[in-house]
Design a protein around this ligand. Structure first.
Ligand code: CP
Length: 344
């Protein structure tokens, strides 16, 4: 569904426009006004989210409940498919004591042609406090943040190729808890379809802000955005060189629809050339961790034995996603309460 004029821009022009729009994160004292991207947030602010999320984790996958969203209403508006993000936002909001409503967009009146703006305004009238939004259009969450009243916080659950800020924060929490060295000493390789990945963009931004020693990106030339070096990453086309000495390997999903296109001739060829295999993991540091945001294509971007292996923290990422989303929801509600208290 085309709702945004920004969709007609080239990818680079869109990125510039969005970077400018996100340059001033909307943050209020003690909270977050909207959470659209990680760009523009300071290391201190990212660490506040990580440490707050870490505080909900009790160990062995157990999570502490809280009453920070008692009496609040969180609406999940997912215009694009999701397993992890939607469900962990749902679990997170319930663990904070919120009423949670997940709108089934496929069965909503958007299918009858209702505009996104009208859908938003109608849901606002039902007294929501927070909208969690996923949309296939880059810039959708930002657009929504400009349309809603000050009583609503927008949290971006992933928009087009642009950003997936809560995924980036759960990735940072996972690195904070599972990597064997502090951020400043880490070499991180991001492997796969960087060009079409909102996770790669948000991860690179967060990793840079947190001061990691080196970020390497690895992909065939056809799956690397032009000018990626300007984000302060080192580009590799050879995965066997890229993974040497790494502390963290982050695999990215190859979008099946791109297989068989000039960008990607075949899955077997891709796996042979860029797949994360046990042999390649062995080239990284012996205590390296392997991450993937999901959904995974086993045997395409990652071998099953790696995905399920001892160095994999992929399911810990999912568990940490609940804690990060609790932290972001609680901070968004805190931001709203502060805004109301100071009358902005
Ligand atoms: N990582 C991620 O965003 O997964 P879902 O698409 O299942 O939410």
């Amino acid at each position: 569904m085309n709702i945004l004029t920004t969709q007609t821009l080239s990818n680079e022009a869109l990125q510039t426009k969005l970077d400018q729009a996100m340059a001033k994160p909307e943050k209020t004292q003690g909270g977050i006004r909207h959470f659209i991207g990680v760009e523009g947030l300071s290391k201190t602010q990212l660490m506040q989210i990580i440490e707050k999320a870490d505080g909900y984790l009790l160990g062995n996958g157990q999570i502490r409940n809280s009453d920070e969203l008692d009496g609040c209403t969180v609406m999940n508006l997912f215009f694009e498919n999701s397993t992890r993000t939607r469900t962990t936002f749902d679990v997170a909001a319930k663990r904070l004591g919120a009423n949670v409503i997940s709108i089934d967009i496929a069965k909503s009146s958007t299918a009858k042609g209702e505009s996104l703006r009208d859908t938003l305004w109608n849901l606002e009238a039902m007294t929501a406090d927070i909208f969690v939004v996923r949309h296939s259009s880059s810039g959708a969450a930002h657009f929504m943040a400009t349309e809603v009243t000050p009583n609503i916080a927008i949290i971006n659950g992933g928009d087009g190729w642009h950003a997936h800020p809560t995924q980036a924060m759960l990735d940072m929490l996972t690195i904070y808890r599972e990597a064997k060295r502090p951020f400043e000493e880490l070499t991180v390789a991001i492997i796969g379809d960087i060009k079409h990945s909102r996770v790669a963009r948000s991860d690179i931004s967060a990793l840079k802000t947190l001061g990691v020693k080196e970020i390497r990106v690895v992909a065939p030339k056809t799956l690397l955005p032009k000018g990626i070096e300007r984000y302060g990453v080192t580009v590799y086309n050879d995965i066997d060189q890229a993974v040497v000495g790494c502390d963290v390997l982050i695999g990215l999903r190859i979008q099946n629809e791109r297989i068989g296109s000039p960008l990607l001739p075949s899955t077997s060829e891709y796996f042979k050339t860029y797949g994360i295999t046990p042999e390649r993991v062995a080239l990284a540091k012996p205590d390296a961790i392997v991450m993937h945001p999901g959904p995974m294509n086993r045997g395409v971007e990652i071998a099953s034995s790696v995905a399920d292996g001892e160095q994999s923290v992929i399911l810990k990422q999912v568990n940490n996603g609940i804690a990060v989303r609790m932290a972001v929801l609680a901070m968004a509600m805190q931001g709203q309460r502060t805004s109301k208290a100071i009358g902005v």
